[in-house]
Design a binder for this molecule. Structure first.
Ligand code: SAH
Length: 377
């Protein structure tokens, strides 16, 4: 067995688990805080850098633990400053993450799984099939890699101000690792991001959302995409298990469990002729009265052989106007930087599919080159 298989990767331990780790080693709790700061505030990649820890303890740590980060395979910056990385995960899979600057905000879009098991009809990640959950270390490493790429490693420099779990995968299907990673993002001794600036996006795994309310207070985004069950069943197959009413009720329960008053973000990918008609907008406006929320309209980002089209600008505006008139706070995600291939629903990475779903799909995909469009979160 290699070292990596036997040593524990400290990057993957939540603050609570790091304390437990040090207690198991017979060490004091405050060591966990020291190491947490080294790992996540100083970006340490070796125990030797941890100068406020004795040499003997560093040597002991190096015997049982390691600090292991995925390799960066690609780092591309678009003309408008949007930046994309491809990083290699254990086992050879690769995933993508994107940093989107907008005024004072620099939002990192983070992946939670290699591929995705949900198979939403308009999402290219789903078409690649599913391989596995990312570990906590692999999720948090995306933030570390992004911060390090932006200059000296200092979270306080605000290289990344917001994190959205809107990359590849369904975060609530990788519950524990995602919760641990978001705890690191929000811990003052680690990345110290405010809970309003860390957002988990879900297609609606209702029981997991209820479980989340017991252990976390991240901000919530739900991927709705349709105003009624008949249409949503076609676009978001998990709707057949947990229909819209249950998702809205669970979202309300989640918001009520938070210590502060917060609205959810509702994501709605607008697809030409499918869910972008005025009657859909009116039905959506009515539905959204049932949830404190703001609406984010995302014009469909095309990918080869999706069978869908982006609506015209007029159709997008018409849809938005109906919602705005119904007093729903509505924004449209602007399309940016089409010179790097990354966008909502277009993150692909390299997925060794375990579901065989991609076999139906990939041979057809390869006939046409991808039209990369970057969207803003
Ligand atoms: N599984 C989670 C997290 C993935 S983020 C979820 O469903 O919320 C998924 C978001 O990407 C969706 O809300 C949708 O807004 C967006 N998306 C997926 N495919 C897209 C596409 N082809 N064009 C535009 N947005 C897309």
């Amino acid at each position: 067995m290699s070292d990596s298989a036997t040593k524990i990767n400290l990057l993957g331990l939540s603050p609570a688990k790091l304390i437990a780790f040090f207690e198991q080693q017979g060490e004091k709790k405050f060591r966990a805080t020291q190491v947490l700061k080294w790992l996540h505030q100083q970006g340490a990649s070796s125990f030797d850098e941890m100068t406020n820890i004795s040499k003997a303890m560093r040597a002991k740590l190096a015997e049982v633990a390691e600090i292991r980060e995925p390799e960066v395979l690609l780092d591309k910056t678009s003309r408008d400053g949007t930046r994309k990385w491809v990083i290699r995960m254990d086992g050879g899979s690769a995933i993508e993450m994107v940093l989107i600057p907008d005024g004072d905000r620099r939002t990192l879009c983070v992946s939670s799984q290699v591929g995705c098991s949900l198979d939403c009809s308009f999402c290219s990640t789903g078409k690649q099939g599913f391989n596995r959950n990312l570990s906590t270390a692999e999720i948090i490493a995306q933030l570390r890699v992004a911060i390090r790429s932006c200059g000296p490693f200092e979270p306080s420099k605000r290289h990344v101000t917001n994190v959205v779990m809107m990359g590849m995968g369904e975060p609530l299907m990788n519950f524990e690792n995602v919760v641990d990673a978001t705890q690191l993002m929000m811990d003052d001794n680690a990345y110290g991001l405010s809970k309003r600036r860390v957002t988990l996006s879900t297609a609606g795994v209702v029981p997991a959302l209820d479980k989340l309310s017991q252990v976390s207070d991240v901000s919530l985004a739900i991927s709705l995409h349709a105003p009624n069950n008949e249409l949503r069943d076609q676009l978001v197959p998990i709707n057949k298990r947990y229909p819209i009413e249950e998702l809205i009720a669970a979202s309300n329960r989640y918001l009520e469990s938070l210590p502060d008053k917060r609205a959810a973000t509702v994501e709605y990918t607008l697809i030409d002729g499918v869910n972008d008609q005025p009657e859909h907008a009116r039905e959506l406006a009515k539905l959204l009265k049932q949830l404190p929320c703001k609406l984010n309209l995302i014009p469909f980002n095309p990918f080869p052989n999706s069978g869908y089209r982006r609506p015209s600008e007029q159709a997008i505006q018409r849809f938005k106007d109906i919602l705005v008139r119904a007093s729903i706070i509505t924004t449209v995600r602007r399309t940016r930087g089409d010179d790097v291939d990354a966008a909502c629903g277009q993150l692909v990475g390299q997925v060794e599919d375990r579901t065989r779903r991609s076999q139906k799909y990939i041979p057809v995909v390869q006939e046409e080159p991808a039209q990369g469009k970057m969207s803003q979160v």
